[in-house]
Ligand binder design. Structure first.
Ligand SMILES: Cc1cc2nc3c(=O)[nH]c(=O)nc-3n(C[C@H](O)[C@H](O)[C@H](O)COP(=O)(O)OP(=O)(O)OC[C@H]3O[C@@H](n4cnc5c(N)ncnc54)[C@H](O)[C@@H]3O)c2cc1C
Ligand SMILES: *[C@@H]1O[C@H](CO)[C@@H](O)[C@H](O)[C@H]1NC(C)=O
Ligand SMILES: *[C@@H]1O[C@H](CO)[C@@H](O)[C@H](O)[C@H]1NC(C)=O
Ligand SMILES: *[C@@H]1O[C@H](CO)[C@@H](O)[C@H](O)[C@H]1NC(C)=O
Length: 506
């Protein structure tokens, strides 16, 4: 049994409320017994916070109140009240996770971390303390001109809280690892409402479990991050019409880039987008280089592809790049997200395998053509060996990816107008990533893809039924279970709030 250093205080006072808590709702108790900010339906802050979801599916779920704690102690007080009743609740940072009930709730309290929004740089220790209520453009904005950066999201609007607990894939990941690999300290409110400062030296297992373990261990109220020296960067977007020739060249370019990723300062997301009603098919590429100009060679294969319609790449600050990428966040639709991990085919097999993956996506998305407003997108995200090496060198994480092979994280999104289409899109999504898995397994059997390799799912891109924890290495799953038994013996986070859950051992 581990011992945790706890900060006493509200825990004790609020425990006295436990007796009455069973009878009253969390919202009523917080409102009558504390001064914690709470907003009810039809109030301005409630409505505005409900619009801060990427997916309108999440925004249409109506919490009974939205609590906006401003300190760790207030979060602990809310947890104390929750611990004394049986209400479901949700924890929300940026609201970018589109899975319903992960950061959203119908009829229970929503804890918004919005006001836990500090960004404090300490140039002496080269660290930055970041509250989970920030978005990545808030963080880059606060650090703008300081000469430092934090490893975070590639699109500014994404939240810090959930992103970090899912590992976090950054433009800087090949240089510095998953975003979570740069966390030095977590401030965490446990299920029993005590507050712990979790570091590698004081709670090594919990520290590791939080790096890719989601919301299974507590509410993080601040992250202490390693800060890295940063000057101007280069980046932006290239947009192409997705003709068959362009698609072929693009698939070859992203495969090649992943295999020969010898400049760790380069980052890329290669996406294809299909607007099915108007049959507009595009390739949209997000480029990044940690320096004012990329050296020749790094992105040549992309620039060599016929003619692009748009090129916004330029030298700029990190803040400008991340805010500039916010055009990609289009509100007003229901979104779904899903993923599969592709072991990188070698050059000889690359043409066939990459095209097969792409064609499967096109074929399945065609079956959804009649769904009102349907937009299908796929992202090819390099996960090169070098990322695995850096992640391990920085102390590791739950994902624990090895450098045996290069990989591509395939991310799928389907967006559409109305939740009336939920069931149809659900099937489309599962058919798409399910088909990828079958294609990968068939190529492994026929020798076109490497066999017996570790293919974890990337949590931040997982669809709610995907088995994130089940796809981890058995020893990491065991670690998650052990830590859960220590810090959440009664299954408070497991049973009371949504998110990817650790499956029980049999
Ligand atoms: C446009 C867009 C771009 C994206 N780009 C990237 C990218 O570049 N890299 C990447 O890795 N991912 C990316 N994602 C995926 C994103 O990281 C996940 O959707 C992530 O879950 C969203 O984080 P959030 O902080 O907004 O979380 P929310 O949606 O608010 O929450 C997600 C989950 O985390 C939990 N959670 C949130 N805050 C806390 C906390 N303080 N303590 C405990 N639990 C908490 C919630 O309960 C919920 O289960 C992107 C998503 C979108 C929509
Ligand atoms: C669908 O959305 C409507 C309005 O936005 C909402 O009232 C309803 O509860 C939603 N239904 C589901 C199943 O999410
Ligand atoms: C708490 O709620 C769950 C599900 O809503 C229910 O199964 C359980 O019996 C409840 N427990 C108590 C003590 O009310
Ligand atoms: C809270 O839980 C932790 C982890 O189980 C434990 O170490 C700590 O003693 C508990 N604190 C209190 C006040 O019960």
């Amino acid at each position: 049994m581990m011992t945790l250093s706890t900060r006493r205080g509200l825990v004790v006072t609020v425990a006295a409320l436990a007796a009455v808590a069973t009878a009253q709702s969390t919202c009523d108790l917080v409102e009558s017994r504390t001064s914690i900010e709470s907003h009810k339906r039809f109030q301005i802050e409630y409505t505005s916070e409900q619009s801060e979801y990427w997916s309108t599916g999440c925004g249409s779920l109506k919490p009974s109140c939205i609590l906006m704690p401003t300190t760790t102690q207030e979060v602990a007080a809310i947890v104390s009240i929750l611990a004394a009743n049986n209400e479901s609740f949700a924890i929300k940072s940026g609201g970018h996770n589109p899975n319903n009930y992960f950061a959203s709730i119908d009829g229970g309290p929503l804890i918004s971390t919005k006001k836990l929004d500090q960004v404090i740089l300490d140039p002496v220790t080269e660290t930055v303390r970041v509250g989970p209520g920030n978005r990545w453009d808030d963080v880059s904005g606060a650090l703008d001109g300081s000469g430092y950066t934090a490893v975070g999201g590639r699109i500014g609007n994404v939240g810090v809280g959930g992103y970090m607990l899912g590992g976090g894939l950054s433009f800087m990941s090949t240089e510095y690892g998953w975003a979570a690999n740069s966390v030095l300290e977590f401030e965490l409110v446990l299920a029993n409402a005590s507050v712990v400062t979790v570091t590698e030296s004081n709670h090594p297992d919990l520290f590791l479990a939080l790096k890719g373990g989601g919301n299974n261990f507590g509410i993080v109220t601040s992250y202490l991050l390693q800060a890295y020296p940063q000057g101007d960067v280069w980046g932006g977007n290239l947009i192409f019409d997705a003709t068959p020739e362009v698609s072929k060249a693009m698939l070859a370019a992203v495969r090649d880039f992943t295999e020969n990723y010898d400049d760790e300062k380069a980052g890329i997301i290669v996406t294809a987008e299909r607007t099915l009603a108007t049959l507009v098919d595009l390739w949209v590429i997000f480029l990044y280089y940690n320096g004012p100009e990329p050296p020749t060679g790094v992105f040549d294969k992309f620039f060599d592809i016929s003619k692009f319609k748009i090129n916004t790449c330029k030298t700029q600050s990190m803040h400008s790049l991340l805010s500039g990428n916010n055009w990609a966040v289009v509100k007003g639709s229901v979104y779904t997200i899903g993923t599969e991990t592709l072991p990188l085919p070698n050059e000889a097999n690359g043409v066939e395998v990459m095209q097969k993956i792409f064609d499967h996506w096109v074929d399945v998305s065609n079956t959804a053509q009649l769904i009102p407003g349907l937009i299908a997108s796929i992202a090819f995200q390099p996960l090169p060996k070098r990322l695995a090496q850096v992640a391990r060198a920085k102390g590791g994480d739950m994902i624990d990816v090895d450098d045996d092979i290069d990989r591509i994280v395939l991310e799928l999104d389907y967006s559409f107008l109305s939740n009336l289409s939920d069931a149809k899109v659900d099937k489309t999504m599962q058919d798409t990533y399910g088909g990828f898995k079958t294609i990968i397994e068939d190529y492994q059997d026929s020798g076109l893809l490497p066999k017996d390799v570790y293919l974890p799912l990337f949590q931040n891109d997982c669809y709610y039924p995907q088995d994130y924890f089940g796809r981890l290495k058995p020893e990491k799953l065991a670690l998650a279970r052990r830590v859960q038994a220590e810090v959440d013996p009664d299954g408070f986070w497991k049973t009371r709030t949504g998110g990817f859950k650790i499956p029980s051992a049999y």
